[in-house]
Design a protein around this ligand. Sequence first.
Ligand SMILES: O=c1ccn([C@@H]2O[C@H](COP(=O)(O)O)[C@@H](O)[C@H]2O)c(=O)[nH]1
Length: 478
Amino acid sequence: MRQADKMSDRVEKLMLDLFDIEAVKFGDFTLKSGIQSPIYFDLRVIVSYPVIMNEVAELLWETTKTSGAKFATVCGVPYTALPLATLMSAHHDVPMLIRRKEAKDYGTKKMIEGKFEPGSSCLIVEDVVTSGSSVKETAESLESVGLVVTDAVVLLDREQGGKQKLREAGIALQSICGTSQLLRILRKHEKIPESVAEQVRDFVRNNTFPPSQEPPVKKSRKILSYRERGDLCQHPVAKQLFGIMESKKSNLAVSADLCTTAQILKLADEVGPHICMLKTHVDIISDFSAEFVQSLTELANRHEFLIFEDRKFADIGSTVQHQYRDGLFQIADWAHLINAHSLPGAGVLEGLKQVGLGKQRACLLIAEMSSQGNLATGEYTKATVKMAEEHQDFVVGFISQSQLSDNPAFIHMTPGVQLSGLGDGLGQQYVSPWDAVVTRRADVIIVGRGVYKDPDPATAAQSYQTAAFQAYQHRLTN
Ligand SMILES: O=c1ccn([C@@H]2O[C@H](COP(=O)(O)O)[C@@H](O)[C@H]2O)c(=O)[nH]1
């Protein structure tokens, strides 16, 4: 049986169950608005039928997922939809928020209970929609604390104009079932006579809220500036990086893939005023020394940039601890940031963390790569993001080719960027600074040969700085 057929069979069975438990009634009812209605939905009763409750919550979830809606939290409109949102949250591991009807007059006086990131999105869950006003009220409460509401899902849409009203308010409403489909199902199973069905259709036709003449509100997630995102960060390195990016107007990291300390120090001094970060590959340096580390640190302090050692740790926790702390390079002593592959599992982070956290160091996870045919895609990338979310005390973002998380504290850093050139013949693939920042939503671009191979690296760095920062400013305002 096709997925769509299975779904409609389940909806049909659910509507018959709702009829049997008298959650759907026919007669003469006075609605909250004072209007007389031949149909009444009393979905409060479903709390007494756990199997039905579960099925409603599952169908709400599947309806939302089929629509492609993206959200970080769910919130039920009080009170009937509260347990439905709770089931969706618990079964699908998505955090829930609770909207109070009145603010407490003691303690925190919060209207919205639960943890959320400002700027993140929340799905509203409702039992019945008539005019859409309860969903709208809930959306306004959520938006007053910085959340974004673009989607809502409801069990039953009375089809009296609520969907249109919500669309005008910038909220897309999905429903499991509408009045017309409900009537068709009940007629098919001869639960109600045709005269009653016709009476309800008449009522709906004559009691529909007219659409307004205003064009629909266009909503989008509020784009936060680097400064605002720095304020939201817990990790000192992430905070410092966002601060540098904002004050130097630079979201450019230069990759100093050079093989002598003299070349690297010269480059760092030349490009220093234009960058927020210098990236190294310490294992390609032929004359590494403690003096080099000292000079590089002095340049980082003078020009205000962070040092990122692109070591790409990828071993078991115990080995990476040694690689990070010991040996010739003693990376943990001088690199503000390092990166790691998620391939070995969370142990790689546990190992690195034990060395790095005490020194206030941070880590980026490699979630996607720029090279042709790489395997860091799909489920691997998703699992990497999950790992980052679970280690936010140490992981401050990703090496990636696209925006992977809505969490504004995570920094997305994108290599494979050049103003001209599509590749290097060895698998590297390039995009422009504009594409990286605007299309792929990179926070920081990483440029190597585009800068250090240029006869005038300082001017080249300035060009990349301007291009990438202008792209970020465009993103902020569009
Ligand atoms: O997916 C990745 C991860 C890391 N890199 C590194 O970035 C620079 C890019 O140098 P270009 O000269 O600009 O190509 C280099 O150090 C890589 O090791 C990457 O390119 N892609």
